[in-house]
Design a protein around this ligand. Sequence first.
Ligand code: PEP
Ligand code: MN
Length: 333
Amino acid sequence: MIIVLRRGLARGRAAALRRRVRRFFPEGCVTGDGESLHVAAPASMAAANAPRIEALVGVERVDLSLSESCPRVCGRAAQRRACVQVGNVPFGPGHYAIIAGPCAVEDAESYLRLARSLKAAGAHVLRGAVFKPRSSPYTFQGVGLQGLRAISEVKTRVQLPVATEITDPRQLPQALGIVDLVQVGARNMRNYELLKELGSLDVPVMLKRGQHASLCEWLLSAEYILKGGNRRVILCERGDAAATHAGPVIDLNMAVSALQNTALPVIVDVSHGTGRRSHVLPIARAAAAIGAHGIMVEVHLRPEASLVDGKQSIDLAEFRRLVREGEAIRKAC
Ligand code: PEP
Ligand code: MN
């Protein structure tokens, strides 16, 4: 932890601050001069005391390292990258998992047809939302609980694990046992009660980066889940809305930073991260090239008839190409 002091602080004042800071860390070591103080102390103590130190008169700011802010996600204990198993599909080193399916489950029959084709084309996990968090209350909200029955049936018949979004802890009792990978969407990355609940369960969680969330903020949300005891977290970069661009802008730097600073598997949502069908394949190629552990992509039998996110959904022919090219790029990297 580095405590940056106000410029021009009197020497006596700086020394008094140092004494004050020492009291926060009876077992830590506080060094420094009139410009900054350096604290070597257990990460959880540093994070717990930072807000109170930041409030002291004479302190300009407090800088915590990622491993101090997120000890379970970025600290020393988290340096060995392990796979997160979703059904029989490993996410992590040496694997490239493809999660594919419609934005939302629409009807059971077309979901089954699509699932069969996706499996034949190389998808490893099937996606499909039944609870849709939409910006407008007038747009399709998902088929709700009855969709879980469709998921359960399709999954048994096609033998693919399924990922679906959970927007409220109250949905969990019905979803657990059916859903293999719980998706926390961008809007819910900051839903701390949901994160805490998922932390108390033994279920794989895919945590998307929230809109304009910094790396630290995203990893802190993952920290909530790990702190509860659930280490089965997969990070998913999904881009940000950008005023200067026609659609969302994916942040592959963010995915690389997550790969470099954590031992969690990292995947890229090439659909919500681009918002446009024409950008899905190029960004999927890039995701394979940066060493992501997989992608999520929206596929529909007839994208133009999709009830939601049709403009970013690809069809089966495009999906087959994406699988082929991703494979080739992975081999080349
Ligand atoms: C989704 O995956 O269908 C979705 C709503 O994504 P996001 O949370 O990234 O908007
Ligand atoms: Mn969608």
